[in-house]
Write a protein that binds this ligand. Structure first.
Ligand code: MN
Ligand code: MN
Length: 456
């Protein structure tokens, strides 16, 4: 159903499904805030559903369930279909990184009785949104001896939180004259870590206190920051949003709402599909998808190559497996917000509650950098959505020349797959607290299932 509010169609039983699915999702994004954690939680869910790590030398056949993990930050899962893999796959691809602050390699310093931790922001953020708000530190510290320890500070109710200082309004006359982009400067996004000296009258004694705590809790020395990946994210749980509990507020909906609904869509399908189903969860989208764990990595193509061989097809036909594939680039879209109506064009915007949203193209300055989905594919998608009674809508990313952005769609398009962006509208996108509709989440989940199982 095109352009209709999904809430209006639910009966009691469906309403319960919508709310229950949102509960599962809230738990997921509370437990998995960074890409490494998403991979851990995803593998747990895959294993529970009977998926096994790919084993070279094993022959795979219809109904087999297999997954690949790449560098602990990228996971790809497949359910082998009844048709040869060279007939193409049905791929759901989402990214599992979100905008945040990364801790620098040499981050710790003390100034005026305060110990600070220096950061470098990751992805597109409004820097002023990150001050005076509860923050947590997630990640890993790897030591010279090869051991790694996971770090999570600020999530347990008994944990302290950290945060970034904000200038009091009383002294903000100069600051508030600055343009929004540098009201808070990137180099000033330093976390306050402590203020209690260990020893009387000694230099950097507050820093010593903080280092002693890190040593006790994680066995780390100051130099171990060199080989750490610590990500600063908003502290706390995902929560229901709105008095009617119709929405979820949380950190990192972009793009964990699509990652989780895609994964669940795959796991919840009982039948063996005709075309091999695939869910690819990738890292680094917010910084251009480069590097080994990003969508540009050869890893994804290599996984498919492995399966072409392992299902008894000639590797020389890998190109058919790719060219015949259909993919939904599961990523979020800018939800129409009446408070910022001047940024949107109302006939080509997505509205909260109207279901899964398809972006034929994204890009900026004349669609530059976009994947532009084929009309033929969209015609088929419309039929698949209507046959499955899924509420869907179409959108552009705001008004022409208002800004723009991209997703991983073009990267898989470059492998010659048929790709379209499909996700859900987000309010406050890229802010520390993002908001999505539970109905949109449910419709996306249903859309992904319909896509994986639909005939041509
Ligand atoms: Mn984003
Ligand atoms: Mn995204």
């Amino acid at each position: 159903m095109y352009g209709k509010n999904a809430w209006e169609k639910y009966d009691e039983a469906q309403l319960k499904e919508v709310m229950d699915l949102a509960e599962d999702y809230k738990k997921f994004i509370t437990d998995a805030k960074i890409e490494r954690e998403v991979v851990v939680e995803s593998v747990k869910a895959l294993e529970e559903a009977g998926y096994k790590p790919f084993a070279y030398g094993t022959k795979y056949a219809a109904g087999d369930k297999v997954y690949f993990v790449n560098k602990k930050k990228n996971v790809v899962a497949f359910k082998i279909g009844t048709a040869p893999i060279t007939k193409g796959l049905r791929v759901l691809g989402a990214h599992i990184d979100s905008p945040r602050l990364d801790v620098k390699q040499n981050p710790l310093y003390e100034s005026s009785n305060i110990c600070f931790l220096d950061t470098h922001y990751y992805g597109g953020i409004k820097k002023y949104q990150w001050t005076a708000t509860p923050l947590a530190i997630h990640g890993v510290v790897c030591k010279k001896d090869g051991t790694c320890v996971n770090v999570a500070i600020g999530e347990d109710d008994n944990d302290p939180i950290v945060g970034i200082n904000e200038l009091l309004i009383h002294l903000s006359a100069t600051q508030l004259q600055k343009p929004g982009s540098n009201v808070v400067e990137g180099e000033d996004l330093d976390l306050t870590m402590g203020s209690r000296p260990t020893k009387k009258g000694e230099k950097d004694s507050v820093k010593e206190t903080v280092l002693a705590i890190l040593k006790e809790k994680y066995g780390m020395e100051e130099e171990d920051f060199l080989s750490a990946e610590l990500e600063v994210v908003p502290a706390g749980k995902a929560r229901d949003f709105g008095l009617d509990r119709s929405m979820v507020a949380g950190y990192g909906h972009d793009d964990k709402c699509c990652a989780y609904s895609s994964l669940r869509a795959l796991l919840d399908i009982d039948e063996t599909p005709e075309y091999t189903s695939c869910v690819a969860l990738v890292d680094k989208e917010e910084v251009g998808s480069n590097g080994a764990s990003g969508a540009h990595s050869r890893f994804f193509e290599n996984c498919i190559a492995e399966l072409v061989e392992a299902t008894g097809e000639p590797l020389s036909r890998l190109k058919d497996a790719l060219s015949n594939s259909y993919m939904l680039s599961s990523d979020v879209s800018a939800c129409y917000d009446p408070l910022y109506a001047y940024t949107m064009e109302t006939r080509n915007a997505c509205y909260i509650g109207n279901g899964v949203v398809f972006n034929k193209y994204t890009g900026a300055r004349g669609k530059s950098g976009c994947n532009d989905a084929n009309a033929e594919m969209i015609g088929w998608i419309r039929r698949v959505m209507d046959d499955a009674n899924v509420n869907f809508q179409t959108a552009e990313l705001g008004k022409v020349d208002q800004g723009g952005g991209g997703t991983i769609a073009y990267i898989l398009g470059n492998l010659n797959m048929n790709v379209i962006d499909a996700g859900m509208g987000v309010l406050n996108m890229h802010a520390p607290m993002e908001v999505i509709s539970k109905a949109d989440f449910y419709e996306a989940y249903k859309a992904y299932q319909a896509f994986l199982t639909a005939k041509f």
